[in-house]
Design a protein around this ligand. Structure first.
Ligand code: NAP
Length: 307
């Protein structure tokens, strides 16, 4: 693979940034990858595991001379991070981010940037429930989608370079405008997470059951909700606070459907339930045909080792 950027600066060193660092190195996509994290503890961990070529104690030093700067912090922190780095960006630099919401990030970051830098937001649709610099791995983005949002950039060469970087890290790349991105993600990611959080919360409220049976029999389906509901609380708080409109729209529709299913159960309307579940089953088939999940029974899980 050929080198695409000379110096890439990653601001925030969690799951996504550390995976980017590994994936960039795997394919030789940058001359050097440097990083900055807010806390000394994270910076020290990053140094200990040899993440990046250099870890700096300030965001200003990290972005100096970088031709690509990627903001890898929670959505709610984008504003202050952009403000911190803006005076130190080199002319012609590209600023991007990996935030799970795009309109709010554009509104938070763009006002801080001067006209001589390009801003091209992106969102890799890849993640795990783990956080921090030790959780990243080079394969995270392989065969997953990355959505690039070039709303504010009319320089095709700049967008093409960022696209090449994400392809080099293993992703498939699509382009969308920010509002469309936020609606699509409200359906495919944000609302499902909220539902998982709710289901696990309900089970926890029913303490009588949770204390024993819910954990013991979790493989019956509940376990899959718990994996999603174990996702980083700061990240997901920020997602909902910053994708309010689209999430509330999808949640409204979800609630209506839930009431319809509730009524079908109460009235014993088996045809309605059967038709509904047949439709949803075909969506699962489409996801497998699109290569976005495995067809192996139980997601290809091996039986858990005995404790
Ligand atoms: P993470 O593992 O929790 O790491 C977050 C990083 O941001 C840490 O280095 C943290 O620094 C830093 N940070 C947190 N709050 C900050 C603040 N107020 N100011 C400055 N730095 C701050 O997070 P992640 O999972 O990599 O997520 C990063 C971004 O990627 C988020 O915007 C998220 O929406 C997006 N994203 C996540 C996923 C996913 O599944 N995880 C998928 C796609 C996109 P310290 O360690 O020093 O506290």
């Amino acid at each position: 693979m050929t080198q695409i950027y000379d110096r890439v600066a990653l601001i925030g060193l969690g799951l996504i940034a550390s995976s980017m660092s590994h994936a960039i190195k795997r394919a030789g996509l940058a001359g050097e990858v440097v990083g900055y994290a807010r806390s000394e503890a994270t910076r020290q961990t990053a140094r200990d595991i040899g993440l990046c070529d250099q870890i700096y104690n300030s965001a200003a030093e990290a972005v100096e001379g970088a031709d690509l700067v990627v903001l890898c912090v929670p959505v709610g922190a984008m504003d202050s991070v952009a403000q911190d780095i803006a005076p130190y960006l080199k002319a012609g630099a590209v600023v991007s981010d990996v935030g799970s919401v795009k309109r709010a990030v554009i509104d938070a970051v763009a006002p801080h940037l001067s006209g001589n830098v390009h801003f091209v937001p992106a969102h890799p649709l890849a993640g795990t429930e783990h956080s921090g610099p030790t959780s990243g791995f080079a394969e995270l983005f392989d065969d997953r989608w990355c959505i690039i949002v070039p709303d504010l950039c009319d320089d095709d060469a700049v967008v093409a370079k960022l696209t090449a970087l994400w392809r080099g890290m293993g992703s498939n790349v699509d382009k969308m405008d920010a509002d469309h991105h936020d609606l699509v993600l409200a359906v495919t990611s944000h609302t499902p997470h909220l539902i998982a959080y709710t289901m696990v919360g309900v089970a926890d409220d029913l303490r009588r059951v949770t204390d024993s049976e819910v954990i013991k029999y979790s493989a019956a389906g509940f376990r899959d909700f718990t994996r999603i509901a174990a996702s980083d609380p700061t990240m997901w708080r920020d997602v909902f606070l910053n994708n309010k409109e689209a999430t509330l729209e999808v949640l409204g529709r979800f609630t209506e459907e839930l009431f319809m299913l509730q009524r079908a159960i109460r009235e014993g309307d088996g045809d309605h339930l059967h038709d509904y579940f047949t439709r949803t089953r075909s969506i699962r088939r489409s996801i497998i045909e699109a290569g976005q999940d495995t067809d192996a029974p139980n997601f290809g899980r091996k039986p858990a080792a005995k404790p």
